[in-house]
Design a protein around this ligand. Sequence first.
Ligand code: AMP
Length: 581
Amino acid sequence: MKFSKLSEYYEKLEATSKRLELVDILSKLFKESDDDEIGKICYLIQGRVAPFFEPTEIGMSENLAAISIARAFGSSKEEVIKSYRHFGSMGIAAQQLSQNSKFKVQSSKLSVAEVFERLHSIAKTGGEGSVEKKITILADLLNDLDSVSVKHVVNIPLGTLRLGIGDPTVLDALSLAKHGDKSLRPRLEGAYNKTSDLGFVAEAFFKKGIEGIKNIHLIVGKPIRPALAERLPSADEAVKRLGQEFAAEPKLDGFRVAVHKKGDEIKLFSRNLENTTNAFPDIVEGAKKEVKAKSAILEGEAIAYNPTTSEFLPFQETTKRRRKYKIEEMTKKLPLIMFAFDLLYLNGQDITQKSYKERRKLLSSIVSKEGQIIRLVEERTLHNAQEVAEFFNEAISQGLEGLMLKKLDSPYVAGGRGFHWIKFKRSQAGELTDSVDCVLLGVYSGRGKRTEFGAGGLLVGLYDDKKDEFVTVSRIGTGLTDEEFRKVNEIGKDIKVKHKPARVNSEITPSYWVEPKVVLKIYADEITRSPIHTAGRDKEGFGYALRFPRLMKFREADKRPEDATTVSEIEEMYKQQFVRK
Ligand code: AMP
């Protein structure tokens, strides 16, 4: 496919604000794509040249991009920046310059694969003199493209290609393109959950059809979408679900780490599937020495721990380790221990279909008993609510968050819930069973005293995983400090968009919309029904809303917007309120 063809699709995708249309346009694009380029196209429509978990960021600043644009079209950097300020978009600024340039290309001959390769080479360029090289590669590329392609390509190195295409939208469109309907989405999603790599899944599907998808297993080095836990209102309810015998582990309040090991090569991934290998050299060392397997993928909770007093440190301490700078210094100051709780892959085999009991046994056979850094999380076999309550109190008194109850015969379900794991938290003693992770959707400009902070309120939403859209659940206008309002404004400004994003379904219009990207932790007194919000709307037009919402944490750093609380979860939480009352 010529890149100019793909650009025509970029134009169409950019013009719609409806998800169904996005799916439709994408499926037409996919129908026109060859087996060899479908993977690349899947990355490019999300503005990338690799799956998102690979640290292949092209990452050019506005300044560098402006130099490239100027060089490509015989202009100056200052002129480009001026035009960028005028249009509010670097892509449009570049398009205008390209149109008026004597170097203008009418119809570009470059293929999708060629453009992909050149963008990829910008990402790979490092070391001495790399800045100049990056500028040159981008300038040459822009020089070979037609104006519409220029507009879109410029956004890729800047990370500002915001078509609002989520992974489930791509999966729907792949199914529609190849199969004529969306019925293969769940299977595609299954394969995606195991690899987190849209391009990889798309290529297997296009080349080998549904058989290609069935044969996708875990791959060391590709992150797995984590299994999730459900909530239940009482231990009795939990015991009913779990059977006569079940496992219980302390729920540690640190952060989740997936360790991928192949010989001495170790990669770490966070809960939101980012490659965090460089951030935690102590865990990498621990995994090398203390995990006895040729290859393995294991999961655990990393938590700061005081080995002298055998004390777990609170989350606020642990989270100080999540940083990009001064890593060595913090590693010494706040050593981490990873408490392993599951094994997904061992010596070449995907073992997610084995029962929890078997996986745990294999896990304990490869994690050294004398391990200093990688240890097994404690596990007890329990039988009734009384035992749950006792263990829960013990865990709480050790300063832990609560318990995880696990079904003994359950498989590991990548990306899924399903009552295989049930969480019991301290906060459950409160009114609501749990906090709600909301996505920031819009910002209200401040009035009166708050004018100076730029923000006076926020519009937040949940994720509807069935429709792959973000729906509104609350407006938050009080309970934030001045400092917090200022921060909201800072975050908002960075991700501000001109129109309501295609995947946002809202009947309320804030002062400005933002790209659904930032997850906030919210506490509320109660979940109510409301005609204003679109979360879980029924036939009468009533959705769910949060009563007396309070902002607890600014960013759930390790959650993607799609990891926010889902509509089905809020529905469950709503029902549980009545059970408790
Ligand atoms: P939540 O984020 O509240 O839904 O709880 C799920 C998270 O608890 C997981 O993603 C893990 O990071 C964490 N966790 C802590 N201890 C355990 C454990 N023993 N088993 C599984 N997950 C755990």
